[in-house]
Design a protein around this ligand. Sequence first.
Ligand code: NDP
Ligand code: MG
Length: 399
Amino acid sequence: MVAPISVTILGSTGSIGQNTLDVIARHPSRFVVHTLTAHSRMDLLAKQAFDSKAAAVAVPTEAAAERFKTAWGSTLKRPVIRVGAQALVEVASDPASQAVMAAIVGSAGLPAALAAAQAGKRVLLANKEALVAAGSIFMAAVRDAGAELLPIDSEHNAIFQCLPHHDRASAPTGPAAGVRRLILTASGGPFRNQRWADLAQVSPEQACAHPNWSMGRKISVDSATMLNKGLEVIEAHHLFAMPPERISVVIHPQSVVHSMVEYADGSVLAQLGQPDMRTPIAYGLGFPERIESGVGMLELALAGRLDFAQPDLEQLPCLALSFQALQAGQGACIALNAANEVAVAAFLERRLAYTAIAEVIHATLDWQSGQPNTSLSSLDDIIALDERSRSAARRAATG
Ligand code: NDP
Ligand code: MG
């Protein structure tokens, strides 16, 4: 019998983390859970660690560790508790696990995701902000360490599935042979067909009510503004070494076609499925084999029709700003992502109007374009610019 694969989940209490545990629990002889990490939800972390028999957990502070111990309660042997930001980096590179699910939200997840790549793990990458901020060094780390990189974001997972395989679980240095274009689908979110100028009064609840997907709050807002699709274009650029002009976006409200690859001969390959993240997660966990995910049949006859439309960039300022940042370069992508994280957090706390998210990003990109060019070749360089961009974004949000 083959030994089970030991998996660490960074951000296990989130939407992707919970779905990952769901898939793993369906395959007790194939996977074991090594470490789970969480930021605030200690009760849920304790339950997850108990149910999955995790060997260790990582939490941000001593106070969180105390809450975890209280939540654990029982006299049964507790998992090892590791504390602090550095613990995240250590568990991501711990030789005891072979696969790491990077599912922390935001650039907070970057150091640990990078550490997993540098340690040569199978990295299941959901944390798109890590690639947006640090695509070049992340992909170089995957190559240099011989890590495996499986995209979990559903669009990128779809593209990965539609590409010729060879060694595509690694980091390519150029576009795959014969590929003309990558086509990312976007549902258009809850405000599709509405004019941006009419959305100033939108509440966090309305923005988070995605028509097809159930996700964490930050990515739900990103999906509504379509900044998410902008991050995904940048993500695709890095993951598949594809020039920006060969990546396009099409609105597809039903979220059945998860993305497509167009080849030189005119063939277009698409991956279809229900909008359920357990499919890409199971694909990443099982690759190159296919394993059960718990996702049911796709009844196309019930879907009835599949629609496609061109995005209107005039009405989607966050998507337009993302294209602008990708053209401008890595510094602008870091600023775009940092500004968006600040603006979305303020919107979710009802301190910022929905439409002001685009204004904050715009102002931060303007600020960044006036900054002297500095090197962005190390994690420290990237974190420094991320922090300065956050300050600029906070000034824009309160100014
Ligand atoms: P959630 O908000 O549901 O979960 C985020 C996870 O990260 C939680 O475990 C949270 O801990 C933890 N976390 C939050 N802040 C920090 C921090 N500062 N340091 C360490 N850990 C932290 O997000 P999702 O699961 O929706 O998304 C996770 C990532 O996957 C994002 O990058 C998102 O863009 C990407 N993704 C998500 C999809 C989805 O369907 N949800 C689809 C495609 C990509 P706690 O909850 O305990 O506070
Ligand atoms: Mg996606």
